[in-house]
Write a protein that binds this ligand. Structure first.
Ligand code: NAD
Ligand code: TYD
Length: 340
């Protein structure tokens, strides 16, 4: 297979490419990435420097019609997995515009170029956040739930999902959509909860918990999500949405306490700060369809996954230092400055 992965220098894209290269060494993988603040080309440098790896890096924007068309043509792409996105809710609250531009317009451009090129398979990677927020006793989100996004990030992802649906219904474009809960694991940018708390706890700094810490997320180890995307690529039906989850619901406070315990740090580091506006209360996923149709199951328990993740960040501390650019620091200072 000649596979185009977009956003492969980000957190999930990096893990996906590494895993697919291990599982399918014969696949030719092309990674198209704009290298925003969240993209790190060095993640896959070993593959890039190995002439026989079957991996090629392509610097560009999914919204660039000419560039994408040339990539699909020149590299004879069979299938596309679209991870490229602006992905951080807090940044979307600060400035929604880039979210619309990449997540909606960029995805539409990518699908249009693929439709023109006759690409046979397109997996669009989306999120549980498009469903909105659950009450404590409500059943987990199924693929049939209405889309009720609450943040500019989730609204932009829902916009792309609806456009993908329209491309399937209108043009018969072979797109499947995956929606997954919160991922964690190696290479996650330290603006998201788990790597941020690792960074702060190990530096002996206060851990900013939004509101009272009772918001609930379902956590999935990144390799399990990547397996879900792989199964969708290989077996997913065009026009179908598949939910993926880790069956590991936790309040933020439970999760942070577990991390502090594993890091041997004191709970007095916890600091309650002003809540995120529009903060979704709870996410939980019903992924029975993916179990039945794709044979998906989350294999990594939260305990195993968080252990591996902490081990990775401990061994790769320089990666964390390396990705924190000036733009990162500026955003973090402003955002957390306002939450005090
Ligand atoms: P990330 O922010 O770590 O990485 C995004 C990558 O996309 C970066 O490498 C960035 O440079 C690239 N990119 C951004 N705009 C681009 C553009 N216009 N053209 C080309 N490349 C561009 O994100 P992530 O956490 O790896 O998430 C990947 C995908 O999975 C996103 O679509 C996200 O919505 C979805 N998702 C994430 C989670 C999660 O918990 N992180 C959960 C469910 C779904
Ligand atoms: P995050 O990792 O940003 O993912 P998402 O908002 O997409 O689910 O946040 C996970 C949860 O952690 C969410 O409920 C917000 C909360 N949170 C904090 O309490 N403090 C923080 O500094 C961050 C980044 C998140």
């Amino acid at each position: 297979m000649r596979l185009l992965v977009t956003g492969g220098c980000g957190f999930i894209g990096t893990n996906f490419i590494l895993l697919m290269k291990e599982r399918h060494p014969d696949w030719k993988i092309f990674n198209l990435d704009k290298l925003t603040y969240a993209g790190n080309r060095k993640n896959l440098l070993k593959l890039e420097q190995d002439e026989n790896s079957g991996y090629t890096f392509l610097h560009g924007d999914i919204g660039d019609r000419e560039f994408v068309t040339a990539v699909l043509h020149d590299h004879k792409i069979d299938a596309i997995v679209n991870f490229a996105a602006e992905s951080h809710v807090d940044r979307s609250i600060n400035d929604p515009a880039p979210f619309l531009s990449t997540n909606i317009m960029g995805t539409q451009n990518l699908m249009e170029c693929a439709r023109q090129a006759g690409t046979e398979k397109f997996v669009h990677v989306s999120t549980d956040e498009v469903y909105g927020s659950l009450g404590p006793d409500e059943p987990a989100f199924s693929e049939k739930n209405p889309l009720q996004p609450n943040s500019p990030y989730s609204a932009s992802k829902a916009g792309a999902d609806l456009m993908a649906r329209a491309y399937f219904e209108t043009y018969g474009f072979p797109v499947s959509i995956t929606r997954c809960s919160n991922n964690y694991g190696p290479y996650q940018f330290p603006e998201k909860l788990i790597p941020l708390m690792f960074l702060k706890a190990t530096a002996g700094e206060k851990l900013p918990v939004y509101g009272d810490g009772s918001n609930i997320r379902d956590w999935i180890y990144v390799d399990d999500h990547c397996t879900g995307v792989e199964l969708t690529l290989l077996k997913g039906r065009p026009g179908q949405v598949y939910n993926f989850g880790g069956a590991a619901e936790k309040t933020n406070l439970e999760l942070i306490r577990e991390m502090l315990h594993l890091l041997n740090r004191d709970e007095s580091l916890i600091s309650y700060v002003k809540d995120r506006p529009g903060h979704d209360k709870r996410y939980a996923m019903d992924f029975k369809l993916a179990e039945k149709e794709l044979g998906f199951t989350p294999k990594t328990s939260f305990r195993q996954g968080i252990g591996k993740t902490i081990e990775w960040y401990t061994a790769n501390r320089e990666w964390l230092e390396d990705v924190r650019s000036g733009a990162y620091r500026e955003f973090m200072e402003n955002w957390y400055g306002e939450r005090k």
